[in-house]
Design a protein around this ligand. Structure first.
Ligand SMILES: [Zn+2]
Length: 173
């Protein structure tokens, strides 16, 4: 698959790629086992390598944090060491490879039931200055909580008309 970074550079569209660090450079076997329950992705997704991530960050892109293993944080919120490794640990890995500060975090899955106090505290403690959920909605300047920013989930295999529905604000509060 052709990297999309250059297109965003040409069009001058700022973007953030949220990466799960253990899946960067992952071999096809690891990816297939990760996507075992998501057949639409199997054998179709290839991940970035660190060189591509660094190049994006040196251009118009930003590399954000999406944990190490794409963990569902609400399932590990009783395990502070694991939570810290997934959040602060992933941030340190990104900064080491990319050579820039990693300020933005996005919850894996990120539905309302995935977001809890332990996760929120671990994300703030790790030093992130913005945090994206996957709860749909519009950003309201001045009122949106920067540590709980709404985000529209779009999937590559969805038809264009479906993307247009979400892009027009369907189901936004
Ligand atoms: Zn995700």
């Amino acid at each position: 698959m052709k990297p999309r970074g250059p297109v965003m550079e040409e069009e001058r569209v700022p973007y953030t790629m949220f990466v799960a660090t253990d899946l960067i450079d992952a071999d096809p076997e690891t990816l297939n086992s990760y996507f075992a329950h998501m057949p639409a992705y199997r054998a179709r997704v290839r991940t970035l390598d660190w060189g591509q991530a660094k190049a994006a960050a040196e251009g118009i892109g930003e590399i954000g944090c999406h944990t190490r293993t794409h963990a569902r944080l609400s399932q590990i919120s009783g395990d502070p060491a694991r939570l810290t490794d997934e959040i602060a640990g992933a941030r340190a890995i990104i900064e080491r490879h990319v050579g820039q500060t990693c300020d933005s975090f996005a919850w894996p899955y990120g539905t309302a039931s995935d977001i809890d106090a332990a996760g929120r505290a671990a994300i703030a403690d790790a030093g992130f200055t913005s945090n994206f959920s996957a709860v749909r909605g519009a950003v309201q300047p001045g009122t949106t909580d920067v540590m709980n920013i709404p985000r529209h989930q779009l999937e590559f295999h969805w038809p264009l008309h479906e993307l247009m529905v979400w892009a027009r604000g369907f189901r936004e509060p």
